[in-house]
Design a protein around this ligand. Structure first.
Ligand code: PMP
Length: 380
């Protein structure tokens, strides 16, 4: 492979680099609090105290009251627990579920499974800005609806759903549980998840560690567990507590929430520079992200070249971006998100996602633009 001077990492929506602070925290917690928090001796009590602290810090940082934190192996597990947990627990109330067409596979695939089990699912369409239309949500609600699950910030195009507005609308329907997958929104937008019944978060999207996340659950909501065992996490997620990951997740959430305004301020000029270039070349690119997307995630489609070829060419030049999202292991299908927005196979198949972290710079974006422009014009 050609030697590259420096890697420009623009694939942060797929996973971020664990911060050195969080790496140290992980190691220190592993070294100093190794006892099992469920045991009954003083070392275990210290570990258990640390775990409680991590839970309350997460709730405080996200301004959530009357809830508990269920630590999981990431957002995929949290989404599965939320959706199946509600579907099975409240099946006697009704078997109608609502989600949107642009959710992450860890949501959509769960709904597809539940359809096979006899549940009815409404997949709400989205507007051209990729957000859910509140009127179509209202129209979809039925007497037997038990769950609405909607993404906060879309992982492919960075669009932002009006989650607080939807949560207050759903307050009028006390039998409907409201879940939001907020894993790409923490630290990327100024969010309000205080009124959602269930909230999914993930550590490796915010400079924490991989394989760690949580489902935050209002106390009046019950769930069926995905698996059974020692009864940890209120019986909802058995398995020995992973204290180092929990402590890192709490530190990652605290930092992301504390710094989000600063992050947005830092990244807006980067987003603007990329938008300006793409807009100036309408014969080459179609911008898929809405204008008001988070500055962390920008998605566009190539009109004259193949996205997979261009992403490889960029990688050879040291620039890491994604075609659509990295969550579709082997699929070559067009992006379901871009398809839902524009209903155009070409746009759906040739999309590129550029996703920033706050340590990315305008120089890097300018270098990316120059390189992309050259590649697009040189490739035949
Ligand atoms: N939801 C969204 C919106 C995501 O972007 C991702 C990660 N691509 C997930 C869920 C799954 O997260 P995890 O890797 O923590 O399971």
């Amino acid at each position: 492979m050609k030697e590259i001077a420096k890697v420009i990492y623009f694939d942060n929506a797929a996973s971020t680099k664990t911060s050195s602070e969080n790496l140290s925290l992980f190691m220190e917690t592993s070294a100093n609090y190794y006892a099992n928090p469920s045991s009954h001796h003083s070392l275990a009590y210290e570990a258990s105290h640390k775990l409680s602290e991590a839970r309350s810090d997460i709730l405080k940082a996200l301004n959530i009251k009357g809830s508990s934190v269920i630590f999981t192996s990431g957002a995929t597990e949290a989404n599965n627990l939320a959706i199946k947990g509600v579907a099975y627990k409240y099946a006697s109330r009704g078997r109608h579920l609502i989600t949107s067409a642009v959710e992450h596979p860890s949501v959509l695939e769960v709904f597809k499974e539940l359809e096979k089990e006899g549940y009815e699912v409404t997949y709400l369409p989205v507007k051209e800005d990729c957000s859910v239309d509140i009127d179509s949500l209202k129209a979809a609600i039925r007497k037997d609806t038990i769950l609405v699950s909607l993404i906060y910030v879309n992982n492919e195009v960075g669009s932002i759903n009006p989650i607080p507005e939807i949560a207050s609308l759903l307050k009028e329907y006390p039998k409907i549980v409201f879940h939001t997958d907020a894993s790409q929104s923490v630290g990327k937008a100024e969010i309000d998840v205080s009124e959602a019944d269930l909230v999914t978060i993930s550590s490796h999207k915010i400079y924490g560690t991989k394989g760690s996340g949580a489902l935050i659950k209002k106390n009046n909501i019950s769930l069926s567990p995905l698996f059974n065992g020692g009864g940890q996490e209120e019986g909802l997620r058995s398995g020995t507590y992973d204290l180092p990951s929990a402590v890192v997740l709490s530190s990652a959430v605290k930092n992301a929430v504390k710094n989000v305004r600063e992050y947005i301020k830092t990244l807006t000029p980067l987003k603007d520079a990329l938008f300006t270039y793409l807009e100036a070349n309408p014969a080459l690119y179609h911008i898929n992200s809405p204008k008001d997307c988070t500055p962390f995630i920008i998605n566009f489609s190539l009109l004259t070249k193949k996205a997979s070829v261009v992403v490889e060419a960029l990688s050879r030049e040291g620039i890491m971006v994604s075609t659509r999202s990295s969550c579709h292991e082997k699929s070559n299908d067009p992006s379901h998100v871009v398809m839902s927005m524009f209903n155009d196979e070409k746009l759906g198949s040739e999309s590129i996602r550029v996703s920033f972290a706050p340590d990315n710079t305008l120089e890097e974006v300018n270098y990316f633009i120059e390189t992309l422009d050259r590649i697009i014009k040189e490739l035949y």
